[in-house]
Design a protein. Structure first.
Length: 199
């Protein structure tokens, strides 16, 4: 379940600048758009909670479907790579890759969008405010919704750069069937990103 939780959260963040006028609309935009921050990015993710494995990792994405997760903790966990509709695993920190499954990215995206639109109908308790991150002005957008994929109640808070629309940070708190936990994501642009290509 940890993998599904993390993958879903990453998908939500790999999401177009907030253009809505109301706080409610902004929050719904953030939880329903499948592709938000444009271009290559790097995400530092920490996760902990009851029923959810404590972990730390870096996730890298070129914004076009090529991505990799580099595990930090637990150290013995395999890295994962997604490339051309296939998933790969590496037990040796990226030195070698083994294909573990295939998928249809277009169909997956379509199904995810459908599920997120269903989630959005449950959105409630939205609030918007202002906060700085290292001296940079951000708008904070948060609210609660029911995740159909995770069978959980989610409390998500986003920090959106007021000048660029970039989502710099996201905190998700989950309470549900598969556990209760918190995931923190720090997101940075990665214009010089180079990802491995499996052979």
């Amino acid at each position: 379940m940890r993998t599904l939780f993390t993958a879903t959260l990453i998908l939500l963040l790999s999401t177009p600048a907030v253009m809505a006028k109301t706080c409610q609309d902004k929050f719904i935009d953030l939880i329903t758009n499948v592709y938000s921050n444009k271009g290559p990015l790097k995400i530092y993710i920490t996760q902990d909670g009851k029923g959810i494995m404590k972990s730390k990792n870096y996730h890298y994405s070129d914004g076009k479907g090529h991505s990799m997760t580099e595990m930090i903790e637990p150290k013995n966990m395999a890295w994962t790579l997604f490339y051309k509709d296939a998933g790969y695993s590496s037990p040796d920190h990226g030195k070698s890759w083994k294909k573990t499954f295939e998928y249809n990215s277009k169909e997956q995206t379509k199904n995810t969008e459908k599920t997120l639109k269903k989630d959005a109908k449950t959105a409630r308790n939205m609030t918007c405010s202002k906060e700085d991150i290292q001296g940079v002005a951000h708008e904070t957008i948060e609210g609660v919704y029911t995740s159909n994929a995770l069978k959980a109640e989610m409390h998500d808070k986003f920090w959106v750069n007021e000048k660029t629309g970039w989502i710099s940070k996201k905190i998700s708190r989950m309470k549900g069937k598969y556990g209760n936990g918190t995931t923190v994501q720090i997101i940075e642009p990665a214009p010089d990103l180079k990802l491995p290509v499996p052979h």
